[in-house]
Design a protein around this ligand. Structure first.
Ligand SMILES: O=P(O)(O)OC[C@H]1O[C@H](OP(=O)(O)OP(=O)(O)O)[C@H](O)[C@@H]1O
Ligand code: HPA
Ligand SMILES: [Mg+2]
Length: 186
């Protein structure tokens, strides 16, 4: 995306690519140390987590398995509908497995709190969360998150997997969206 497009749609760059990548290497080192060679299943939450999942998995030194779930609560807007739908379920049976959910963002927390209770009911050996971004001012529900990349302000962000109306996911950095793009209804 060139500077002209950037200027049109984004209010600014919140987290540049080099800081994202450095944080992911840091998170991977902690995950490696914590699991210490134990068999680990990474569960990526589509679609937002594709970038963090791909980069985190490659930064890990331990061998891991990867599976995906697709859930959606935002549709095309900037507010959670609060209703989480499974669009695609896991292929793996997670009974007795060590599971690490990999998410791009905790905003209201509604998606993850639903997902945790859903996956917990399948009796994994352990269940933890790694979220690249978290908005402390927006979180509506207490969630025990083991690995967090960045706490960010309560603004709608895009890039590095995060979309607005399915766009901007391919930006290599995290930026804030200019209000004119979504009509200022954040
Ligand atoms: O904490 P919350 O308020 O629940 O918001 C976080 C969730 O919302 C986004 O997903 P979305 O439903 O937009 O699907 P997507 O990943 O396909 O964009 C994001 O990727 C998280 O999964
Ligand atoms: O700030 C956000 N940006 C994009 N998608 C999201 N889903 C929850 N919060 C956000
Ligand atoms: Mg989305």
């Amino acid at each position: 995306m060139d500077d002209k497009d950037l200027g049109a749609d984004l209010a600014g760059v919140l987290i540049p690519e080099d800081r994202l990548q450095a944080k992911i290497r840091e998170l991977a080192a902690t995950v490696d140390a914590d699991y210490d060679g134990r068999d680990l299943l990474l569960v990526g939450v589509l679609k937002g987590a594709v970038m963090v999942m791909a980069d985190l998995a490659r930064a890990l030194h331990s061998p891991v398995s990867m599976d995906w779930m697709a859930v959606s609560s935002y549709g095309s807007g900037t507010k959670s509908s609060g209703v989480v739908r499974i669009l695609k379920d896991l292929e793996a049976d997670i009974t007795d497995r060590h599971v690490l959910i990999v998410e791009d963002i905790i905003d209201s927390g509604l998606t993850l709190s639903w997902l945790v209770s859903n996956l917990q009911s399948r009796n994994p050996a352990s269940l933890e969360i790694c979220a690249l971004l978290r908005k402390p001012e927006a979180v509506q529900t207490e969630i025990d998150v083991r690995y967090v990349g960045f706490d960010i302000p309560n603004e709608f962000v895009v890039g590095y997997g995060l979309d607005y109306d399915e766009k901007y996911r391919n930006l290599p950095f995290v930026g804030t969206l200019a209000p004119h793009v979504y009509g200022g209804r954040a």
